[in-house]
Design a protein around this ligand. Structure first.
Ligand code: ZN
Length: 467
């Protein structure tokens, strides 16, 4: 069996691996490149001719893992896409959103060029449209955790809990050829142990080769006080002062985690009963998907849902799907909590809430996720006295807080813990899905601690999997 690294090689996004054995081709993930410097790769032709790919295995619904699948379908892929049921439902939300954003970007660019009297050397085109997304979702086949499925002749895949987002999977792929057999374990994106909602990452017994993400291969997440307590404290203080709590949040997983923590706090009487506005159609859709798939949650979350406690907390939660509902938050008198996207404040409704709250010393902006450098979120978090939103400068007088420890990604210790779960070293470990310096540093760490053969592959590098 051969593996070709089509993305997430010495950078983070664009996860995609092409497996070939006995003339059959299987893709594991086919994600979008999101770092500016490598975005052009999204426009390259499919890795192998799209028609020649027999099947796709999808580890989870994040855009950097599924974002180019509709393009593959547009280019002629006609095989099945295997994923868990929550991954299929979440991928539909993520891909529809992506098609919409691409269309908006193209329109925006066309108008700007028109205004400036320029013409673009490139056609005003999107990678794919809503119709390609629909045809992609139609190709998806649900797989359960623990189940082995034949994805293509000679290829078998087994999905298990990865603990990253709902439905995320670690996948073991087995390829048979001329009486011999090779196995590769794909970590997908690994979560931390003891995250709310999802279970813990599954340890894999053995494999000939392992392909693992290394996003946080150089550090561990800080977690001093538990998250629910941190949230309760901030809300109590802010409400006492008469301000609003504004939480920029990612629509999938983080929004549901924060909602769960807020619900527990409200029901436990640890914070005052103020309205919680969920101002994000995408997060509302994702929350509905979560509630449809309790079987993919950990025991505690399942019990919370079964007990009816969440329904009891729902009386504080106001869902804002339409623009009118979103604007109506401005009419609310008295303190409230506002969850809105995007998670790094780069777009979306959160910007309006920031405009209204940044200048108020009694309000709090609470970060619950990673803020990449260059984003508005990062500027606020770093303590800039003023920031630009919608072309205007705004003073930052609100409290700026960050809740530590919330990450859907395994930290360095978690990554090592997952590797130690193998009963014998694989022939080779490939580290992907990390900034180059981070993956290289983690490779060194694994060599020192476990004495494994570790490779950090290059973009488009090809390797044979040996036994
Ligand atoms: Zn992910």
């Amino acid at each position: 069996m051969n593996v070709k690294f089509l993305g997430a090689a010495r950078q983070v996004t664009g996860s995609s691996y092409l497996l070939e054995s006995s003339g059959r081709r299987v893709l594991v993930d086919h994600g979008m490149f999101q770092e500016r410097a490598v975005e052009w790769r999204n426009w390259r032709n499919a890795p192998a001719e799209a028609r020649s790919v027999d099947a796709v295995i999808l580890t989870h619904a994040h855009l950097d893992h599924c974002g180019l699948l509709p393009k593959l379908v547009r280019e002629g892929f006609r095989g099945p896409i295997f994923a868990t049921a929550p991954t299929i439902d979440l991928a539909e939300i993520v891909l529809e959103d992506s098609a919409e954003i691409q269309q908006e970007d193209v329109e925006f660019k066309r108008k700007r060029h028109q205004r400036d009297g320029r013409t673009s050397p490139h056609p005003y085109d999107t990678l794919y449209g809503p119709e390609d997304v629909r045809r992609t979702i139609e190709r998806m086949r649900p797989v359960r955790y623990g189940e082995s499925v034949e994805v293509a002749p000679g290829f078998e895949a087994r999905f298990s809990e990865a603990g990253h987002i709902l439905g995320s999977a670690v996948v073991q792929v087995r390829a048979r050829h001329d009486g011999s057999e090779r196995t590769i374990a794909f970590s997908g994106d690994l979560g931390q142990w003891n995250l709310p909602i999802v279970g813990d990452p599954t340890l894999i017994g053995e494999a000939d080769a392992v392909i693992m993400e290394s996003t946080y291969g150089d550090r561990d997440h800080e977690r001093t006080v538990d998250i629910e307590t941190q949230l309760a404290e901030i809300v109590r203080e802010t409400v006492r002062g008469g301000g609003n709590v504004v939480i920029p949040t990612f629509a999938i997983e983080r929004a549901q985690e924060v909602l769960l923590h807020l619900s527990e706090n409200l029901l436990g009487g640890r914070m005052p009963g103020v309205p919680v506005f969920l101002d994000s159609p995408m997060a509302i859709d994702a929350t509905e998907v979560f509630l449809r798939h309790p079987a993919f949650m950990d025991e505690r979350a399942r019990a919370t849902i079964a007990s009816g406690r969440l329904q009891a907390a729902a009386r504080w939660v106001r869902l804002c799907r339409t623009r009118e509902q979103s604007r109506s938050i401005n009419d609310h008198r008295g303190p409230c909590i506002i969850l809105a996207g995007s998670g790094m404040c780069t777009a979306g409704r959160i910007k309006h809430h920031l405009v209204r709250n940044l200048g108020r010393p009694e309000s709090a902006i609470v970060f619950v996720g990673y803020q990449a450098s260059g984003t508005l979120g990062r500027e606020i978090l770093e303590g800039r006295p003023e920031v630009r939103i919608h072309g205007r400068m705004h003073d930052v007088r609100a409290q700026v807080r960050a809740i530590l420890g919330l990450s859907a990604h395994a930290g360095r210790s978690d990554l090592l813990r997952w590797l130690r779960g193998f009963s014998r070293p694989p022939k080779r470990l490939f580290l992907t899905h990390g900034e180059e310096s981070v993956s290289l540093a983690f490779a060194e760490r694994v060599r020192e601690e476990l004495h494994w053969d570790v490779v950090v592959p290059e973009y488009l590098e090809e390797r044979e999997v040996t036994a």
